[in-house]
Design a protein around this ligand. Structure first.
Ligand SMILES: Cc1cc2nc3c(=O)[nH]c(=O)nc-3n(C[C@H](O)[C@H](O)[C@H](O)COP(=O)(O)OP(=O)(O)OC[C@H]3O[C@@H](n4cnc5c(N)ncnc54)[C@H](O)[C@@H]3O)c2cc1C
Length: 445
């Protein structure tokens, strides 16, 4: 069960009896997951004559592209998240359920959802939309997770922030030179967009934000190492952009090491390419794997556990069952549709509209088409890269476009206003507003 639900568990949760939810008079559409795809599907179904049940194990939707900014103390968690209930409040046919879906039975057309304090509910569906996203993938080494957290939730981001800030506190107090160096060495495993963005932001934190805050140590002397087993950073971008990003990161003081496989992660750091790197903060930004839900559909999955769907995003041989967003493996023009927010939104919208049409007795003949609006990544302050079709560009203007696009895409007006204010303040002062170490994460605990 997720941390959010585990935290709200009460004595009455002990009851494990499965309670059956009565069937409604109208058709029932269950959406599992309130991420980009699930929210888009619910939005597209807002006028449908059906009962829509949106289930998530968290009570909030997260704008994941800015999670790295929470992890590096630029933003606080509430600025990039919104309560799912609030997002759906105006949609009269949509009800929200805080629960973790633990079973799906395609044959009996039911799911089981465990809610805090309310036990397990068995809910029948006419349509099912699976939008459960991905989780970090340690490629068969789940034991690494203990020492190298991934970045997927607000709790992960806060824990990483506490780890980074705590490392400087410990470096400033220890008398042991080797331990000080270990505390001031940060290793990021995986040089995709998350790893690159995290490394760039960390470099700015140590060079600018923490400048002058410690008398016994100089945070700008920290080592930030970005490792990847592949032969270049940002492998989904064109090679020239990749090279530009490597140069930029190097200029910011990040040591980029590609073609290096991580053999071990433990409490002392990592062993990579046969060499030990002592580090108190190892972060996992490498791979992702699908949640267990697609496997429960009894359909074929790809190597990462994503459900293979047909061109209408339907699960073959399971009428009325769809998979969207990161949890779906969608092939278009012989290439996989990327696991990005835009694709998840478009897929959610498409399936929502398709179901709404079917409810009206119309058959949808046009398969899903992904429209690629471009790929962006930010590298430290003032610099971003963009790839859109043949356009490959990078620099300050691209950074402004990135900032504008991200502000507009945030879920609520209050997120947009708050993020804008924080960015402006940190842009002009170099300071970051969210530099608190939560008490439970204090160094030594
Ligand atoms: C750190 C990071 C940075 C990223 N940066 C970018 C970027 O810059 N640009 C970009 O386009 N994309 C980016 N992405 C990718 C993008 O966020 C994903 O492609 C997108 O979130 C996928 O949307 P989704 O709805 O499929 O899944 P998600 O947004 O992950 O949502 C899945 C939801 O399902 C819920 N869920 C899962 N299992 C269950 C269950 N059993 N029961 C109940 N609820 C469940 C989860 O709680 C979650 O709310 C980034 C991702 C990460 C992690």
């Amino acid at each position: 069960m997720s941390a959010m639900l585990a935290n709200t568990r009460t004595r009455s949760d002990e009851a494990t009896a499965v309670v059956e939810t009565p069937r409604p008079e109208r058709k029932r559409i269950i959406i599992i997951g309130g991420g980009f795809a699930g929210i888009a599907a619910a939005h597209a179904l807002r006028h449908a004559d059906a009962e829509v049940v949106l289930i998530d194990r968290r009570n909030h939707h997260i704008f994941q592209p800015l999670l790295y900014q929470v992890a590096t103390a630029i933003l606080s968690p509430a600025e990039i998240a919104a309560p799912i209930r609030q997002l759906e409040a105006k949609r009269r046919n949509v009800s929200v359920l805080l629960a973790e879906v633990t079973a799906v039975d395609v044959a009996s057309r039911t799911i089981e959802a465990a809610s805090p304090g309310a036990g397990v509910h068995k809910i029948a569906f006419d349509y099912l939309v699976v939008a459960t996203g991905m989780r970090p993938n340690y490629f068969g080494h789940d034991e690494f997770a203990r020492y190298a957290p991934g970045l997927k939730s607000l709790a992960d981001a806060e824990m990483i922030r506490a780890k980074i800030l705590g490392a400087f506190e410990l470096a400033a107090t220890t008398e042991d030179e080797n331990e000080r160096a270990r505390q001031m060495t940060f290793v990021l495993v995986g040089a995709g967009p998350s790893g690159v963005e995290l490394a760039g932001s960390l470099a700015h934190l140590v060079k600018v934000t923490l400048r002058g805050n410690f008398h016994r140590i100089d945070p700008s002397k920290s080592a930030i190492i970005l490792l990847d087993a592949g032969n270049r950073v940002l492998p989904t971008f064109a090679e020239p952009l990749s090279r530009r990003v490597t140069r930029r990161l190097t200029k910011l003081g990040v040591k980029v090491m590609t073609g290096v496989k991580v053999d071990t992660v433990d409490d002392q750091g990592v062993v990579a390419g046969g060499k030990r790197v002592s580090s108190a903060t190892v972060l996992w930004t490498a791979g992702v794997a699908a949640s267990p839900i697609p496997k429960m559909l009894g359909t074929k999955t790809d190597r990462a556990g994503r459900a293979l769907v047909d061109p209408f995003l339907k699960v073959v041989d399971a009428p009325g069952v769809f998979v969207v967003g990161d949890a779906a493996s969608v092939i278009q023009n012989e290439h996989p549709v990327p696991g990005v927010a835009q694709a998840a939104i478009q897929e959610g919208q498409y399936v929502g509209r398709l179901i709404a049409s079917e409810l009206k007795g119309r058959k949808v003949k046009r398969p899903f088409r992904y429209f690629d609006k471009g790929n962006m990544a930010v590298v430290g302050k003032n610099y971003a890269v963009l790839e859109r079709g043949r356009l490959h560009t990078g620099g300050f203007l691209t950074y402004l476009v990135w900032a504008f696009v991200h502000i507009l895409a945030l879920p609520q007006l209050q997120n947009r206003l708050r993020v804008q204010r924080q960015w402006l303040s940190s842009y002009f002062t170099g300071q970051r507003s969210s530099r608190l170490i939560p008490e439970t994460n204090e160094p030594g605990h």
